[in-house]
Design a protein around this ligand. Structure first.
Ligand code: NAG
Ligand code: NAG
Ligand code: NAG
Length: 400
């Protein structure tokens, strides 16, 4: 005990000259942590001469304007860094990256239009992050991933119009999120936030005052009260239109495979195709015709057109896919037919919408996506995935 007191006394004695910048006052707390108190000092820069052992640094209410990569280099042991109420307009990437012990970071009430988000990657101990009352207009996708200790995140009073789906996923400790007073655009792109908030009760503080600024008809409405009917995730159903018989009329060079994707949702989904066949790998989109009405055709269907055909229905709310494996008769297992020529009623309306004369050119709304067989891709429809587990599992279609 005496020994411990001695050490504390020595530290207190040494701190003014050893590692305490002139404008600050330093003290050792009971738990042995070293505090450097530099708030309300009219400082324009982070003072030099900090002890490498400082764990708490208060620099609130100064006139700091810009943080450079080396601003905090002297204090790698920081656990708490208070920088609120300054004039900070920029923080260079790397400013915080080396603060591996950091638990609390307060940058609220500054002028940040951007933040070095990549610095957060190594800050696995971070518990409190306050970026409120700044000028942030975006949070990059995945910026917060890996902050497994993060409890409190303040992003209120910024310029955020939207947030990427999944921004607050993989934050198992998150207990308080503040987003109010941002000019949110409550298009369906942001609809996930409502679902997330409902699924994480009490995390979004001031949910009732987290309001939409756009579109006009939702202005002033809480983001958690956007009517669900406006934003409906897509459904997709695959049917085939022409089999061997109809195809024979074609050009005498083999049958035409004609698949139709019926999609529904709000806003009406865009239809894309993903084709995994040897022909797609070789010839790319030249091999296929995709029409704005959701139909796609492969003329002169041959052995190397065998493979997986996937239709993806995509809107701002989500993506749904339906796949079918197509094989020539005799080359694979027995036939189990697809639903034939019977697009579902709901889907029809949206297919019809897609048929409207379109100034931007027919087919332009369709994107054909090819994936070389064997290329790994996450999600349903990956090579080797059994049809039975696809969302809308369909049988095997045999031609000829
Ligand atoms: C920092 O702490 C270490 C170990 O606790 C100690 O040996 C060292 O003297 C301290 N340095 C300063 C500048 O206080
Ligand atoms: C809101 O988002 C939608 C969809 O992303 C976009 O079309 C629209 O222009 C945005 N509105 C405003 C006011 O930014
Ligand atoms: C879609 O358009 C193509 C080309 O115009 C046509 O061949 C096909 O039958 C149409 N599909 C449906 C379901 O109407």
């Amino acid at each position: 005990m005496r020994r411990l007191l001695g050490v504390v006394a020595l530290a207190a004695l040494l701190s003014p000259c050893l590692g305490c910048p002139a404008p600050c006052s330093c003290s050792t707390k009971k738990n042995g942590r070293l505090l450097a108190e530099c708030a309300y000092r009219d400082l324009r820069d982070v003072p030099r001469g900090l002890s490498p052992n400082v764990t708490i640094l208060t620099l609130s209410a100064n006139r700091l304007g810009r943080l450079g990569r080396s601003s905090l280099a002297e204090a790698p042991e920081l656990q708490s860094l208070w920088l609120g109420y300054n004039h900070i307009s920029a923080a260079e990437p790397g400013t915080f990256a080396h603060l591996l012990q950091l638990k609390n970071l307060d940058l609220s009430h500054n002028r940040l239009a951007d933040f070095p988000w990549q610095d957060l990657r190594g800050l696995g101990a971070l518990q409190i992050l306050k970026l409120s009352n700044n000028r942030l207009s975006s949070v990059p996708r995945g910026a917060l991933a890996g902050l497994r200790e993060l409890r409190s995140l303040w992003l209120n009073d910024n310029q955020l119009a939207t947030l990427a789906r999944g921004t607050f996923e993989a934050l198992p400790a998150l207990a308080q999120l503040q987003l109010f007073r941002n000019p949110f655009n409550c298009s369906c792109k942001l609809f996930w936030l409502k679902e997330w908030a409902l699924g994480s009760p009490d995390v979004l503080s001031g949910a009732g005052s987290t309001l939409c600024a756009a579109p006009a008809r939702l202005r002033g409405r809480a983001v958690t009260e956007v009517p669900g009917a406006l934003c409906v995730a897509p459904t997709a159903q695959l049917t085939y239109l022409s089999g061997p018989a109809e195809a024979g009329r074609g050009g005498g060079q083999g049958p035409t495979l004609s698949l139709h994707c019926s999609a529904a949702g709000s806003p009406p989904p865009e239809i894309r195709w993903r084709v995994r066949t040897a022909a797609a790998a070789r010839a790319g989109e030249r091999r296929f015709a995709a029409f704005p009405n959701g139909t796609m055709a492969v003329a002169g269907f041959g052995k190397e057109d065998e493979g997986t055909y996937t239709c993806l229905a995509v809107n701002e709310v989500g993506t749904r896919e339906a796949s079918v494996e197509v094989a020539l008769a005799g080359s694979r297992g027995p036939a189990e037919e697809l639903p034939r020529d019977d697009p579902q009623p709901g889907g029809n309306q949206h297919c019809a919408a897609g048929e409207r004369p379109d100034a931007s050119g027919a087919g332009e709304k369709l994107v054909i996506v090819y994936h070389v067989p064997g290329e790994a891709r996450s999600g349903a429809g990956a090579p080797g995935l059994r049809l039975g587990v696809l969302p809308l599992a369909l049988g095997r279609l045999l031609l000829w």
